[in-house]
Design a protein around this ligand. Sequence first.
Ligand code: FAD
Ligand code: UDP
Length: 390
Amino acid sequence: MSSAYDCLVIGCGFAGAVIGRELAERAGKKVLIIEKRSHIGGNAYDFTNNDGILLHKYGPHIFHTNFKRVFDYLSRFTQWRDYSHEVLANVYGRLIPVPFNLNSLYMTFEPHKAKKVEEKLIFTFGLNKKVTIGELKAQTDDDLVELADYVYKNIFLYYTQKQWGTSPEHVDPSVTARVPILISHDNRYFQDTYQGMPANGYTSLFENILNHPDITLLLNYDAVSHIKMKDDKVFLDDEEFTGTIIYTGAIDELFSCCFGPLPYRTLDFEFETHDVEWYQEKGTINYTVDMPYTRITEFKHLTGQVLSNRTVIMKEYPGEYTGKNGQIPYYAILNNKNVELYQKYKQRTDSLNDFHLLGRLAEYKYYNMDAIVERALALADQLCCKEGKE
Ligand code: FAD
Ligand code: UDP
């Protein structure tokens, strides 16, 4: 089988699908994509349930980007539903916008105090600026210290303990920086230039990306059982594969976890159907001071579906990834020790010819969908350029 293909892609999430399409289309390669799950789309996969409600199997996915190239590229394969995600935090029954912003401030403190704090925030950081919880906590002004304490305790502390099994101080600062304090009245979760949902869902978007005569897709095909590495050579079902290889799975699995498993956090998703038109007022409510789950998402807000008598919500329960019971490694745990371990695995791939690591798992990074697409397009540029096929 190997000799029939110029390029082998392992995994069919955004990384695998986009690089596969680019190599088939721009470089004229015959591409084989193998995927261990029974479906395409990786963690962005969605499906329609018996009530006709579009659901995200692996957690809510909202598209947002500042990369025009990425938005234009994906727009070849989908139309968009105009949607800006909004999130509320449930703080002892009071629902306030997250990221914590000036509206949240006025909902939390009495007006006179809120006004004073607002002025100090604007004076210190500037209107429309984003401030991390770390930067806010470093302030010495009494009012800003009080605000930092409130936001830390009521927005970050318990949610982060649930999500990461440790307090915010012990997670990489880039993680909590994803949700800054916003010195503005903008209630959107993301401020990116382009945001929305694929009009017919992600799976349809993937079907369109993969719809190319030179792409062959094998589902239920696990690289762990079908790929072997020996003397810097890669074998697919015992036949050496000499073409380009793009690997988008977990890098430690490729080497049988020989240096020890890379740590991840996983999630359990619990779907509930409710016989009401709406369950909650916004797409996602974060439970930042209580409950064992981190957030509840109601999909109809995201998809815009109109169904008057029924709705589906999802609760997310984080936990430690053990690699057992079909668990999925969702989040790399970024710290020096883990990154060093990752580098050991990566070095093992350096001597392989035309072998490329791409994606959230293969690169052990906390990438959003747009960042993966951007990286896949950049890798395609590099590979096409090498071949003189620009
Ligand atoms: P994946 O989607 O994980 O795809 C990798 C694929 O490789 C999978 O299909 C897997 O089955 C396959 N694979 C792995 N190992 C093997 C093997 N041995 N053999 C064959 N196939 C294999 N991003 C956003 O931009 N917006 C959001 O709102 C958002 N929400 C998220 C919510 C959650 C709960 C999570 C976990 C992530 C979210 N993301 C979001 C991030 C987004 O899921 C990732 O950026 C994106 O899925 C990464 O694409 P990928 O191709 O690198 O990885
Ligand atoms: N976070 C938090 N409280 C919130 C939202 C986020 O403490 O209400 C922290 C938490 O540590 C989380 C991180 O910010 O893991 C990033 O949040 P984001 O919503 O970006 O996470 P994702 O959607 O990727 O799971």
